[in-house]
Design a protein around this ligand. Structure first.
Ligand SMILES: Cc1ncc(COP(=O)(O)O)c(C=O)c1O
Length: 478
């Protein structure tokens, strides 16, 4: 039942308004026209409730972002207090405000190494755009203006502005109706161990990926390359955890060639993997820039941050008459958003949520890996509170099920009926619950997902869409 907002909603009327007027990110028109949206009314802790009063455990954490969980009064109060005091302040040229200054200093404290400088924006996309523009500006200021090329990877997702979408390259996002920047953006292979070439060891696969990077540098010339950008774990591209040593070796190659390493930690930052940032604490790499958003405010308000090194700052700020860093936004360093981020960080520290995420995340990861015994589960991967299950028709060949089965959606819909939201994404169901998830909630998540996979498998067999297995393989009813 709706607790906090009462029965304020006319569910049908809202559904219709949404259906008739709201163009959603990633609308699939055919199904949207028929089904419309699931409209959420309120949320508390790890649970969200729709306008009909149905409650779900939010296995997505909003969109990989509600790290401290929903319904935090002190977050709402921080917003209200700052809005009353100073709802907006221009941060152009030589103006600033207290929450932005505090937050920049705090980010410098928690970011690795000498990443002590911050440019604020309003989203992960804009923070990535900022990182790339900053890379160009940096090289030009150092006297290497030809360094314009950006090296990214297939499967990556860096956002949805024209630049960020061109830097990303996820299967399905490259629709022919849109246009992409192609002249200075290049994509290497995704470090996707599950689908690496048959018979190749993981170490050999890493060599292969590193060699590919070196070959690309030879082709373009190091003197023409500005930056290598990578999510430490590819998120929307399929929760792809790179092979051991991959990131460290790629970062080394970048450094040897004067190429900046931009770590897009929009998802992996702010505790999802049990640390403020994953680059150094999980993968042993110190990037030149970290891009952050989402968990930075736990999604309570939009905010992006591009955190970069003192070395970059020194280079861009060296004396030069009439040099302007002509980049930034009306809402850069927005005081209300920064106040919420400061409160969010305070909560994570005070409640020991990084520790908690490590503990509950390890439990969740271990339990979720148990699903590998199911017939349709080809791979369970991820780390701690950033996980996914990849479905296959055949574990040997790793062939996917036919698209029309829409396997991840079938399974996620059944989970929805049983009070759990997971995110269908191609042949995967993805999970990124709030860091506050309890062990019991982690178990509910895994058990509910298992039950849904088993039931969908039985239905597919019954409907003749999957062959029945000979008896000895039917253990577990799946
Ligand atoms: C790794 C990564 N970078 C950037 C973005 C873009 O962030 P936003 O949607 O806030 O623009 C996302 C969004 O999911 C992301 O996952």
């Amino acid at each position: 039942m709706l607790k906090r907002v009462g029965n304020r909603f006319n569910a049908q009327e809202l559904w219709q308004k949404d259906h008739d007027h709201f163009l959603h990110p990633w609308t699939h028109f055919d199904s949207f026209k028929k089904e419309g949206s699931l409209i959420i009314a309120e949320a508390e802790g790890c649970y969200i409730t729709d306008v009909n009063g149905k409650r779900y455990l939010d296995g997505l954490g909003g969109m990989w972002c509600v790290n401290v969980g929903y319904g935090r009064n002190e977050m709402a109060e921080a917003m209200a207090e700052q809005a009353r005091l100073l709802p907006y302040a221009n941060a152009f040229v030589d103006m600033s405000n207290a929450p932005a200054a505090e937050l920049a200093a705090k980010l410098a404290e928690i970011a690795p190494g000498n990443l002590n400088r911050v440019a604020f924006s309003t989203s992960g996309s804009c923070a990535n755009d900022t990182a790339i523009r900053l890379a160009h500006f940096y090289h030009a200021r150092r006297g290497e203006p030809t360094r314009k090329n950006i090296i990214s990877r297939h499967n990556s997702y860096h956002g949805s502005t024209y630049l960020a979408m061109s830097v990303g390259n996820r299967v399905g996002d490259r629709t022919p109706e849109f246009h992409y920047i192609t002249d200075f953006i290049h994509h290497l292979s995704a470090p996707y161990p599950y689908r690496r070439p048959e018979g190749m060891s993981e170490d050999r696969f890493t060599d292969h990926l590193v060699d590919e990077f070196k070959a690309k540098i030879r082709e373009l010339g190091a003197e023409n390359i500005a930056a290598f950008i990578a999510e430490p774990i590819q998120g929307s591209g399929g929760v792809v955890v790179p092979p051991r040593d991959y990131l460290r070796r790629m970062a080394e190659v970048a450094k040897e060639n004067g190429i900046l390493f931009i770590a897009d930690e929009v998802v992996t930052g702010f505790g999802r993997l049990g640390h403020w940032f994953a680059s150094q604490d999980v993968f042993g790499v110190e990037p030149d820039m970290i891009v952050s958003a989402k968990g930075l405010t736990s999604g309570y308000l939009p905010l992006g941050a591009t955190i970069f090194s003192d070395d970059i700052y020194e280079a861009i700020s060296q004396p030069g008459h009439d040099v302007w860093f002509a980049h930034g936004f009306t809402y850069s360093g927005h005081p209300v958003c920064c106040a919420v981020a400061n409160k969010n960080i305070e909560i994570i520290e005070r409640e020991g949520l990084l520790d908690h995420a490590r503990q509950v995340g390890d439990h969740f990861e271990t339990r979720l890996r148990e699903l590998s015994d199911l017939r349709l589960v080809g791979d369970v991967r991820g780390k701690r509170l950033m996980m996914c299950v990849e479905y296959v028709a055949d574990k040997q060949t790793k062939a996917h099920l036919p698209e029309e089965i829409n396997i991840s959606k079938r399974i996620s819909s059944l989970c929805g009926e049983r009070g759990l939201l997971v995110r269908p994404l191609g042949h995967l169901d993805v999970m990124s619950p709030p860091l506050t998830l309890s062990l019991k909630q982690a178990d509910f998540l895994v058990d509910t997902l298992r039950g849904a996979i088993e039931e969908v498998t039985r239905d597919l067999v019954k409907g003749g869409l999957l062959p029945a297995l000979p008896r000895p393989f039917q253990r577990g009813g799946n």
